[in-house]
Each structure stands twice: as C-alpha cells, then as structure tokens.
Design a protein around this ligand. Structure first.
Ligand code: TRP
Length: 459
C-alpha cells in the first residue's frame, strides 16, 4: 500500500517545527532561563541544540524515512526487531507526556478566553482557576478534541494543513509581541539579564537542565521525528530540513525571552518568577498596559501559546496513532479517537493534582526531599526528564553501533547527493558516535539521581 505523506518539503518543515515549537519554548524556556542565571543557560542550551540535538534529529528523521514505519515498526523494518523496545518506550513516553501537556494546553486556551472577556485578574485567580475542575476539564477536553480532529484528517490533509496555517500566524504574533516588548521602559535592563552571561551561575544542574530542555524542545527521544520522517519524500534533503527545524525552534524560544523579560521587568516584577511567570504574573502585566493595548497583547499572547501547544499535541498524538495504523491495521479515525480518549482519561490525575485533590497534589515525596511532589510534576519528571534522555541515549547507541554511520549516510544522501564527504557529514558522524550516546547516558543518570534521590553531583 502506498504510504501517505507530506505533500512538500515546506509542509514537512512546518509540521516538524510545529512539533518542536511548543509550551517548551514559550512557557518553559523563559522561566528556566530566569531560574538558571539568564544568558549562561541560553548559551549552554544553544550549544546542546547544535552539537547533540541536531545530529540526533537527522538520525531520527533518517530512520523513519528509511523504514517508512512508526517508531516500533521502524526498528523491525530495518532488521533489528529487538530494538523495537526503544520505540515502545518512546510510545509510552509520549502517552504520558501528552496526558499532562494537554492539561497545561487547556489552561492556555482557558486564559485566552478569560482575557478575551477582559478578566485581567485571572493571574491572581490562578490557584482557584486550576481547581475549577469542570472549567479546566472542559478546556482540556476541547483541546484534546481539536488535536484529535486534526490528526484524524491524516498527514497532508490534517497535520500539514494545520501547520501551514498555524505556524505563519504564530511567527507573526511572536515578532509583533517581541517588537512591542522592545519599546517598553525596562527593555534594556531586561535584555541585559537575558543576553549577558554570568558563567559563575553554571553548575552541573544547569548544564543537564539545559540539555533536558533542548531535547524536549526539539521533540527528540520519543520517536516523533521518526514518525514524521516516515512521511518525508525520498527526494527531500533531510539535512537542510533539520537545519530549518532546529533554527526555527531555537529562534522562537529566543524570541520568547525577548518578548517576556521586558514585559515582566518593566513592571518591576522578578524575572526569576518560575513556573508561575506566565500564568500568575503576565495577566496583571497585560492589565497594566491600558485597556486596549492590554487586551490586544494579552489575547495575542495566549493565542500564541495555544497555537504553539496545538501543533505539538498533534505531533505527540500522531506517534501512537501511526503505531496502531501501521502495526494493528486500525483505521486512522478510530485509532485517533481511541487514543485521544485514553490519554485524556490518563490525564485526569494531572488535572486534579493542582490543589483539587489532596492525594494527587501531594502525590509522592522523593528521597531526600522535604516537600511532596504533585502528580503532574511527577509524570513530567519520569517521562520528560528521565525517559526522553534514556531513549535518546538508546537511539544514539543504535545508530552509532548497530545501524551504523554508513546506513545513516546512505539514507541522508537520498536527496543530498554530495553529502558523504562534507564537513557536516564528518561532524554528524563524530557527534553520533562519540558525543551523543555518552553525554545523553550521563545526563540520564545524573538527572535521575538529582530528581528522585536528591543527589546533586557537580552541583
Ligand atoms: N517540543 C514540544 C515543546 O517544546 C513538546 C513536544 C512535542 C515533544 N512533541 C514532542 C517533546 C516529542 C518530546 C518529544 O513544547
């Protein structure tokens, strides 16, 4: 059977960049920067994106395109069935990640509606808002249903089409907002914090947080790029596509910082605001911009966040769906609605874990920690901070020592005839073999020790 796919290279880049650009870029990146010493974190993050993540992205896309299969079937199709466990771990991660990611995406959309109604005090009401289960539950269902609808329409007619509309809008909004932020009174002070590194702030923890973030942000480690890669045309140039995707992702995260810090600092708020920066501090900031300006900027901002989240939830949902369609021969719409409903149900404890249910709010206390961690943070620690680097490590091992550089290069050379002896090829070969597996392996171990056992090495 002819496998459906992206109709063009631009369509693939839009969809994959849509996957990469998400809450990670606009919500998480600025507060990680705020907590980890500003520009020093940014530099480490950029270095990881280029040195480790870009080569891995090329590898994931090449595996997918060569195999023409979902992440589980891909390893079988390449002749290494035992390694399909890596694909299975990827699918497990994506189910867990989507279960809580969708809850936060629902908040974003909810905030869009609240600001549209002129409710700028929603920031102060955040603790009450997240406990209003009917409300946040409905937003979360709505978000999952929209995601499912797009995925059910297939690759070129659904995922690609949505990305081609949403990504240009998203890009325009962020340009406008960052441009506006630059005109605010505190802009130069804010930009200094953001752009001038204080290297004394770089600890071991900052380094592996930066890597974890780079990884999550580029949608690596759970087979998202294997899946999208399996829909890429044989004549397309994987290298230039991966360059475009990486640059778009990094560029948008960077602009998110340029947009957020001046807004926050211009009103005398602390840039180290943590996770609450966006949901608790920003609405008030918008409110103080004056009725019209505040409304426009606030609406645009939460629309931006919702769009960014949507193209990411779409890519995460597509992974288990492609598995069921390829391997279990399920019809796409049926697979989509089944998985979406299942993941929504799995996300209910996350929905309840922000104050509504005492049990899920104080779910678990890690070794050496004094306070309990809520369910949502726990799932995020397990799936995004542990499974993703572990899976990335395994994918890198697979490419370096099992599938081997020659096969990777052969696949990449389709659509890029002169690839083999270029500088990029040498760099890729080196990174995949000598950098990716080891650094990812170490980061995985350090992260697990730090998060769950409170043991910070090199702290
Ligand atoms: N990259 C997205 C973000 O930054 C999240 C995401 C989408 C993701 N697909 C993924 C993370 C696959 C890991 C793997 O928000």
């Amino acid at each position: 059977m002819e496998r459906s796919g992206f109709s063009s290279k631009v369509g693939f880049i839009a969809a994959a960049a849509g996957s990469a650009v998400g809450l990670g870029n606009i919500w998480k990146f600025p507060f990680e920067v705020g907590e980890s010493g500003g520009a020093a974190f940014v530099i480490v993050y950029l270095a990881f994106c280029l040195i480790l993540c870009f080569p891995l992205m090329v590898a994931e896309i090449a595996i997918g395109r060569k195999a023409q299969r979902n992440p589980v079937g891909a390893f079988v199709a390449l002749g290494y069935g035992k390694w399909s466990i890596v694909g299975k771990l990827g699918i497990l991660s994506c189910v867990l990640i989507l279960s809580f990611y969708n809850v936060v995406a629902g908040w974003c959309f909810g905030y869009f509606v609240e600001i549209l109604l002129g409710n700028f005090s929603i920031g102060e009401q955040f603790p009450v808002f997240v406990k209003d289960i009917i409300k946040v539950g409905s937003y979360s269902i709505l978000f999952m249903a929209t995601t499912a609808y797009i995925v059910s329409r297939g690759i070129s007619g659904g995922i690609e089409k949505a990305a081609k509309i949403l990504m240009p809008v998203l890009f325009t909004i962020i340009l406008v907002l960052a441009g506006y932020a630059m005109t605010l009174p505190g802009a130069s002070k804010a930009t200094q914090f953001y752009l001038f590194p204080d290297f004394s702030k770089i600890t071991g923890e900052v380094v592996y947080n930066a890597l974890g973030h780079a990884f999550f942000s580029l949608s690596l480690g759970m087979g998202a790029m294997i899946t999208y890669g399996s829909y890429v045309g044989k004549k397309d140039n994987i290298i230039s596509s991966a360059v475009a995707i990486t640059l778009l992702d990094v560029g948008i995260a960077f602009m998110a910082g340029l947009m957020l810090f001046p807004m926050v600092i211009s009103q005398g708020l602390d840039a180290h605001g943590g996770a609450g920066l966006v949901f608790m501090s920003l609405p008030g900031v918008f409110g103080n911009m004056g009725p019209v300006m505040g409304l426009v900027v606030g609406i645009l901002f939460f629309l931006l966040l919702s769009f960014a989240a949507l193209t990411s939830t779409v890519s995460i949902l597509e992974i288990p769906v492609s598995y069921l369609v390829d391997e279990k021969e399920m019809k796409r719409p049926r697979a989509v609605w089944l998985v979406a409903a299942g993941i929504f149900v799995l996300g209910i404890p996350s929905l309840l874990s922000n104050g509504y249910s005492g049990f899920f709010t104080k779910f678990i206390t890690y070794f050496g920690a004094s306070d309990p961690t809520d369910f949502m943070t726990f799932i995020s620690d397990v799936a995004s901070n542990s499974f993703l680097p572990l899976n990335g490590f395994l994918i890198a091992l697979f490419v370096a020592f099992v599938w081997k550089k020659e096969n990777l290069f052969e696949e990449v050379s389709n659509g890029n005839k002169r690839f083999a002896n270029t500088l990029i090829a040498n760099f890729l070969g080196f990174s995949i073999k000598y950098l990716c597996p080891w650094i990812l392996g170490i980061v995985f171990v350090l992260n697990v020790l730090d998060t769950f056992f409170g043991l910070t090495l090199f702290g």
